[in-house]
Design a protein around this ligand. Structure first.
Ligand code: MN
Length: 199
């Protein structure tokens, strides 16, 4: 199987000003496309030719692992954004309260993890096998699957994710990220409707 570009559930300019059309053009249109092209090139004629991205994350190594994880991470990141966020659905809200105490405590811990992650990486909301939620700050192409958890929400803190719109101001980027989250999509992943599983 080869991996094609996922469609976006919004237009290129619809997330502006929190995330500009220029950032979507480069981040989705160039970075993600390159990761997918690398995966397709590296897996072809390898024992991993029929693996999904999740299977590659769990079984491959080296450049194939890094590119498959980056492809997966970006697809999840972009699919979880929306120009018209709705309030958090009840089940997700209850699960967050059960895991972190309050929604505010979750947001503060997640934001702190994003600001403290040194260099390039990803901050995740992930569910363990008992559906208790955790915040993971993982360097480079890190993904919760390799920590035995299901990824629910991803925040890209590589500089390429925010440098066009925010230059070096990662804190402003993270603050605006909270205005773009499609919580219904996050909750669907909690119930295992994994949009990236078969990509
Ligand atoms: Mn990125």
């Amino acid at each position: 199987m080869t991996h094609s570009m996922p469609s976006l559930p919004y237009g290129q300019n619809e997330l502006a000003p929190a995330m500009s059309g220029e950032t979507i053009y480069f981040h989705y249109g160039k970075h993600l496309q390159t990761y997918l092209e690398n995966v397709n090139r590296l897996k072809k004629d390898s024992p991993f030719a029929e693996h999904t991205l999740k299977e590659l994350i769990l079984n491959a190594d080296g450049a194939l692992l890094n590119n498959a994880a980056q492809a997966y991470n970006h697809i999840l990141f972009f699919k979880n954004l929306t120009p018209q966020p709705k309030p958090m659905p009840y089940m997700l809200q209850q699960t967050i309260r059960f895991s972190f105490g309050t929604e505010k405590a979750f947001r503060e811990e997640f934001t702190k993890a994003a600001l403290n992650l040194f260099g390039s990486g990803w901050v995740w909301l992930a569910a363990d096998e008992c559906n208790r939620l955790h915040i993971l700050a993982l360097p480079n192409a890190g993904n919760p699957y390799t920590h035995g958890m299901t990824p629910l929400l991803a925040l890209d803190v590589w500089e390429h994710a925010y440098y066009i719109d925010y230059r070096n101001r990662r804190a402003d980027y993270v603050e605006n990220f909270w205005r773009l989250i499609d919580w219904e999509s996050v909750e669907r992943r909690l119930t295992k409707e994994d949009v990236v599983l078969f990509w």
